[in-house]
Design a protein around this ligand. Structure first.
Ligand SMILES: *Cc1c(COP(=O)(O)O)cnc(C)c1O
Length: 488
């Protein structure tokens, strides 16, 4: 089928080429002819570049402007990617990050000349501690998973210093996949605990595996099926009694900020994903930031340097003998911190709380409206996201991938699919707080229409997308046998 949008008909730039067409005019040299081979070594010169596109300046501008508009982003449409918190990021935070005083500071400047940046970082640490109920924080890690690694390395070091290294970490199957990966990298063996059909981990399940060789229990809360781990306090007591720590993956903080503090529930270490919860656009592979908050006991192990405040002066403290050391060059991704700082200051306590309340309300609105149309494996009030599956549609041989592809025909970015792994054919929808009811309704209508289409004419869904520039890709072959050069 032809694309409906002529903007998508843009050909390759090679196809726009016309012999001798040019985008630049160079004046004749007035210092004599440049002799090839004199200024540039001969072996680096090419006689001809085969099929080099010859186009005018406006051709180039239009070509790349069009291509740039093929990108789908939060600024162009609804992006309900579960576990990612693809919220709209207010532009004021971008402006703040671009202020010359922030964007042009250099990490080699002396502390004296970096007082403003250090103050921002120090206060951001304080804000994150206040939001999570922790005692101290580091801003160094560059992403959520990097923060997890930081936390697990601190826990490992704590036991090593005590001369009682522990080998195991308990991880429920509702935790994010990065949790076992980070534990493993930090040298631990992962003990997995499963909970059939409950959706949250129970104290009994934890008690049955917790022992004095277990360094920590690592969980994601709210967890990856969008449910709050409601037994967390009791579970923390069980783990603490045997001398272990509770690590909480805080990437899903968008559901509870301003409402509940994980520190009050017995969590000892938590990472924040500033690029999810605190207003940094992500998804394009740009820089992230995964600060880590800890309780007092683990404070000496935080990466160095730490920012310290004496009166009105801020400085960097490298004299930290128990620290796990450095995790990243300099002090972390500063521009992300500037955005988060600006976001938190602009929102205030009430604003952050309202954001979480709206995020949860929006997710439950979608869950309620779609639940007759798509199978809901854990049919209960959810937090900021809810997980459906393709169980009903599978009867017509229509699967999650088909539903996701078909959504593109309706102009929506597909949700997260086939994750979490504990739900077969998962469709994980996270609307975030920044969408209007009209947007949610049109997404819901698209999903219902796809469910209906599956009954009436499953082939249309199975062969989607129909309105995009290219149809269904062979993703396995593309990954196994990538063709990275245009051959004409
Ligand atoms: C996104 C996410 C992570 C990983 O964060 P990155 O910044 O991508 O490394 C970990 N846990 C959960 C629950 C997440 O949603």
């Amino acid at each position: 089928m032809k694309p409906q949008n002529p903007q998508l008909d843009e050909p390759l730039i090679f196809k726009k080429s016309s012999k001798m067409r040019n985008g630049i005019s160079i004046l004749k040299s007035d210092v004599g002819d440049v002799i090839p081979g004199n200024t540039i070594p001969k072996e680096l010169l090419r006689e001809d570049i085969k099929d080099f596109p010859e186009v005018s300046e406006i051709d180039v501008v239009r070509h790349f402007t069009r291509l740039s508009q093929w990108n789908f982003g939060v600024d162009t449409g609804f992006y309900p990617l579960g576990s990612c918190t693809m919220k709209y990021n207010p532009k004021i935070n971008e402006d703040i990050a671009r202020l010359a005083g922030f964007s042009k500071v250099h990490p080699y400047q002396s502390d004296e000349l970096n007082q403003g940046a250090l103050q921002l970082m120090c206060e951001l640490e304080e804000f994150l501690c206040e939001i999570s109920g922790m005692d101290a924080a580091t801003l160094q890690p560059a992403a959520g998973a990097h923060g997890e690694l930081c936390g697990m390395l601190m826990i490992a070091k704590y036991f090593k210093e005590k001369d009682k290294p522990r080998k195991k970490v308990i991880i429920p199957d509702t935790a994010h996949g990065t949790n076992p990966a980070s534990s493993n990298l930090a040298g631990f063996t992962v003990v997995s605990v499963k909970e059939e059909n409950v959706g949250v981990i129970t104290p009994e399940a934890v008690a049955s595996v917790m022992d004095e060789d277990t360094a920590a229990l690592m969980l994601t809360n709210p967890n990856t099926i969008g449910l709050f781990e409601k037994h967390i306090k009791e579970i923390a007591e069980i783990v603490h009694k045997k001398g272990g720590f509770i690590y909480c993956d805080g990437a899903n903080l968008n559901a509870i900020m301003g409402i509940a503090k994980l520190g009050d529930m017995g969590v000892d270490v938590i990472q924040f994903n500033l690029h999810k919860t605190f207003s940094t656009p992500h998804g394009g592979g740009g820089p992230g930031s995964g600060p880590v908050g800890v309780k007092k006991l683990l404070e000496p192990y935080l990466p160095k340097p730490r920012i310290i405040k004496k009166g009105k002066r801020f400085s960097l403290d490298y004299n930290r003998p128990k620290s796990i050391g450095r995790l990243k060059a300099f002090y972390g991704n500063f521009a992300i911190m500037a955005r988060a700082y600006s976001y938190i200051r602009a929102m205030g306590h009430d604003g952050l709380k309202k954001a979480s309340e709206m995020a949860v309300l929006n997710a439950n609105y979608i869950r309620e409206k779609l639940k007759g149309h798509y199978y809901l494996p854990y049919n209960q009030t959810c937090m900021h996201e809810s997980v459906f599956s393709d169980k009903f549609q599978s009867e017509k041989d229509v699967h999650t991938i088909d539903i996701a592809k078909r959504l593109m025909d309706y102009g929506f970015h597909p949700p997260t699919i086939y994750f979490p792994l504990i739900v077969s054919g998962a469709i994980m929808i996270e609307p975030t707080e920044t969408e209007t009811k009209e947007t949610l309704d049109s997404f819901i209508n698209a999903m219902i229409s796809i469910a209906q289409g599956t009954k009436d004419n499953p082939d249309i869904v199975k062969n989607a997308p129909h309105t995009t520039q290219i149809g269904r890709l062979d993703e396995t072959r593309a990954a196994r046998n990538p063709i990275l050069r245009w051959k004409g």
